[in-house]
Design a protein around this ligand. Structure first.
Ligand code: LLP
Length: 463
């Protein structure tokens, strides 16, 4: 369809963007299963349901905005990762994507481990009963107090991120009379194909110790000498929202190369490698993510092949998916407020949340989809921009989207694939209250993180 011929009419031709928004989809009422949680459907009245609960009921009971999380889907994805990697590998869910006590319990029940990167995440994990030995502790600037708590709790591994930290962790472990299992995080020099702010394997950034110039080898030398440390492996995380497996291939090749050098120099074969997280999900219909079993097969084959050619025993592999497990399982439910058509441009659709519940569009230029979920509509598509209620013109949730032209205040819209890095990066900007997370399953809904209240805000304001 040519641009000027699309149903929204020629006035939108100048502002249409590339890719999936170059033309409206054939039917705005259809929900693409690629971007929506597993149990999402429309009922006979055209209202969207998830876990058998309709969104109008959810909005009435829990208010908007709200993150609605499909527990069935979360568990299924967690299980798919676990099964794909099997008993010979470990899956650590990256808690930074979204963490709550219910999520910790689900992960525990589904046999996953947990990656935490702060004292707060560690406290959440422990308080919900995740066994400490199944926790990995990450971070480029862990405080001495956090390190001490992690060691005292008995975490399964601490991932060392700098030369200073090697000494710091060794010292604290020794003072507690312990020998802490550790991995060393290295940067392998891969340019991952993703947004600069979420790429982490190139050398010019804050994470890890560069392989280049023998720095990683020197870090291994030092760690092996310290009594407080038991070096169990090497860690690499190349970045996030990655679809192309070639970055992982190069990373695995270089990590195994380091394991070989370690064997040759020290006569030690380290038993583990961790290839991090970063696998991409579908935010729009244009994205084509890989299934966990394909990823597991590809990573296992790469590591096995590399180890065979280096004559090394194949180490135990671990991975740390965050987004790929929780991202697709939730959508954000908003109520439409002001609808403002700007002649010759687009229609600005204001919702009752915004950059405080989803900063990803402003921060990474992320793309999202959106749909009218409280009813169906046969109205023509209009080019819309979904914006929030914050005092900032960059407060955009969905940059370009087609919504039905009869959209009106009071309608409910939902933005799918907001399970990862939305609630966990939410803020109180403009003293807007952070939305709740409501889990749904088998016709039941329950709040797992409650909505913030004005009392919560004022409680911290002690001046
Ligand atoms: N492991 C490590 C060491 C990490 O640093 C991360 C993410 C993960 C695993 C999980 O990555 P995932 O599978 O979720 O992509 N706020 C950004 C993402 C930052 C990711 C930071 N580290 C976003 O919203 O895209």
């Amino acid at each position: 369809m040519s641009r000027s011929a699309h149903p929204a009419g020629p006035r939108h031709a100048d502002v249409l963007t590339e890719g999936h928004y170059a033309a409206p989809p054939a039917d705005l009422n259809t929900l693409d299963p690629k971007v929506w949680a597993q149990t999402v459907a429309r009922n006979a009245d055209g209202v969207v349901t998830v876990g058998g609960v309709d969104v109008k009921r959810l909005a009435e009971e829990y208010g908007t905005p709200a993150y609605i999380l499909d527990e069935t889907d979360f568990r299924a994805r967690a299980r798919a990762w676990r099964t794909a990697f099997g008993a010979g590998a470990d899956v650590f869910y990256a808690g930074k994507a979204f963490l709550s006590r219910a999520v910790v319990r689900w992960l525990h029940e589904e046999g996953l481990n947990l990656d935490v990167c702060s004292g707060g995440e560690l406290a959440t994990a422990l308080s919900a009963g995740m066994p400490a030995e199944r926790i990995a502790f990450h971070g480029n600037n862990k405080s001495a107090e956090e390190i001490q708590r992690a060691i005292e709790a008995g975490v399964g591994r601490i991932v060392l991120d700098s030369f200073q930290e090697i000494v710091r962790v060794a010292h604290i472990a020794q003072s507690l009379g312990k020998r802490q299992k550790v991995q060393i995080r290295i940067t392998v020099g891969v340019e991952a194909h993703t947004h600069e702010f979420i790429a982490t394997a190139h050398e010019d950034q804050k994470f890890g110790i560069p392989l280049a110039g023998g720095q990683a080898a020197e870090a291994v030398r030092r760690a092996l000498q310290l009594d407080g440390l038991q070096l169990i492996g090497i860690h690499s995380h190349i970045g996030s929202q990655i679809f192309d497996m070639s970055g992982f291939e190069v990373a695995a090749h270089r990590v195994v190369g380091l394991l070989k050098d370690i064997r040759d120099e020290h006569g030690v074969e380290l038993p583990e490698i961790d290839l991090g997280g970063g696998l991409g999900i579908a935010y729009t219909s244009d994205d084509d993510p890989r299934e966990p079993h394909e990823i597991a097969k590809a990573l296992t084959e790469i590591v096995t092949r590399e180890c065979e050619s280096a004559r090394l025993r194949t180490p135990r592999i671990s991975v740390e998916p965050g987004r790929a497990i929780v991202g697709p399982t939730a959508f954000t439910l908003y109520e439409v407020g002001t609808v403002k058509p700007l002649e010759g441009l687009r229609t600005y659709v204001s919702v009752d949340g915004g950059m405080s519940d989803n900063i990803r569009t402003a921060l990474y230029d992320a793309e999202y989809s959106v749909a009218l979920v409280s009813r169906t509509s046969d109205a023509e598509p209009m080019l819309a921009r979904v914006v929030g209620k914050h005092c900032e013109s960059g407060d955009i949730v969905v940059k370009d989207a087609f919504l039905p032209a009869d959209l009106a205040p009071g309608d409910l819209v939902a933005v799918p694939a907001t399970g990862a890095y939305c609630r966990s990066m939410a803020s109180n900007y403009n003293h807007v209250l952070r939305p709740p997370v409501v889990a749904v399953q088998d016709g039941e809904a329950r709040v797992i993180v409650r909505r913030e209240t004005e009392e919560d805000l004022l409680r911290l304001d002690v001046g």
